[in-house]
Design a protein around this ligand. Structure first.
Ligand code: SAH
Ligand code: DHB
Ligand code: MG
Length: 229
């Protein structure tokens, strides 16, 4: 375990970095506050992680982005900034309240023209995109129910092209990824889903992957990054 005071200090450093780099964008912060006051869980990416997603989108030149897990549209907004005015983000969410708050936030941030929120269980939404043979996505951010990470990765591959970037959030979970999933009670299936998805990234010959740990305002976690070959 990371010492508690180290994690506390890392959160303060993250806040310093937010200030020093100006990562709290007003239009996006307003949406975040709206989500919090509507009672949505405070589990969105941090400002630093959001800007990282925007930069990854820009650096790879992604124009079509798929997101699994919209919540209040905070990560969606960063991705939408990344694709630019000519780009598209499709984001999948099954909670009607989350989807409607996200639509309001994206509207107020001036990003709704480039974002489509698909309401429904994400596997079904991905299946319908696959059967409609939509143009492949350049970047796919998977950040919903971790127990379904492998089904999401399988479908992501069907919606990808050679070079598509895959980002999988929350693969460390304060070190829970090391544990026997049965120790995690109601989270057992999620811990198992994370472990299975990392093995899938190792074993599937169609992808090349790594994972990086993160520490900051969201505590100790990490994300996996993969490229479709
Ligand atoms: N990406 C967001 C956070 C997403 S939180 C951000 O960083 O700003 C995870 C979201 O996934 C929640 O809104 C939850 O309702 C949604 N979700 C969970 N299981 C789902 C499923 N099976 N299908 C679609 N959405 C799901
Ligand atoms: C949880 C989910 C997330 O996507 C996240 O980034 C942090 C926490 C959660 O379900 O606890
Ligand atoms: Mg997450």
């Amino acid at each position: 375990m990371i010492h508690h005071s180290a994690e506390h200090h890392a959160a303060a450093v993250d806040e310093y970095l937010e200030q020093a780099l100006g990562l709290r964008v007003d239009a996006l912060e307003a949406g975040r506050e709206h989500s919090h006051s509507a009672g949505l869980p405070r589990i969105e990416v941090s400002p630093a992680q959001g800007k990282f997603l925007q930069l990854l989108t820009e650096i790879t030149g992604a124009r079509r982005v798929l997101e699994i897990g919209t919540l209040g549209g905070y990560s969606t907004s960063w991705l939408a900034r990344g694709v630019g005015a000519a780009g598209t983000v499709i984001s999948c969410e099954f909670e009607p309240l989350h989807a409607s708050i996200a639509r309001e936030n994206l509207q107020r941030a001036g990003l709704s023209e480039r974002v489509e929120i698909r309401l429904g269980a994400a596997q079904g939404s991905m299946d319908s995109l696959i059967s409609k043979r939509v143009a492949p996505f350049d970047l796919i951010f998977i950040d919903a129910d971790k127990r379904n990470n492998v089904p999401y990765l399988e479908r992501a591959l069907e919606l990808a092209h050679s070079g598509t970037v895959l980002v999988l959030d929350n693969v460390v979970r304060s070190g829970a990824v090391l544990d026997d999933p049965s120790r995690h009670g109601t989270q057992e299936a999620d811990v198992r889903g994370i472990q299975d998805s990392l093995r899938w990234l190792r074993d599937d010959p169609r992808v090349s992957a790594t994972a990086l740990q993160t520490i900051g305002v969201k505590g100790w976690d990490g994300f996996a990054l993969a490229r479709v070959l």
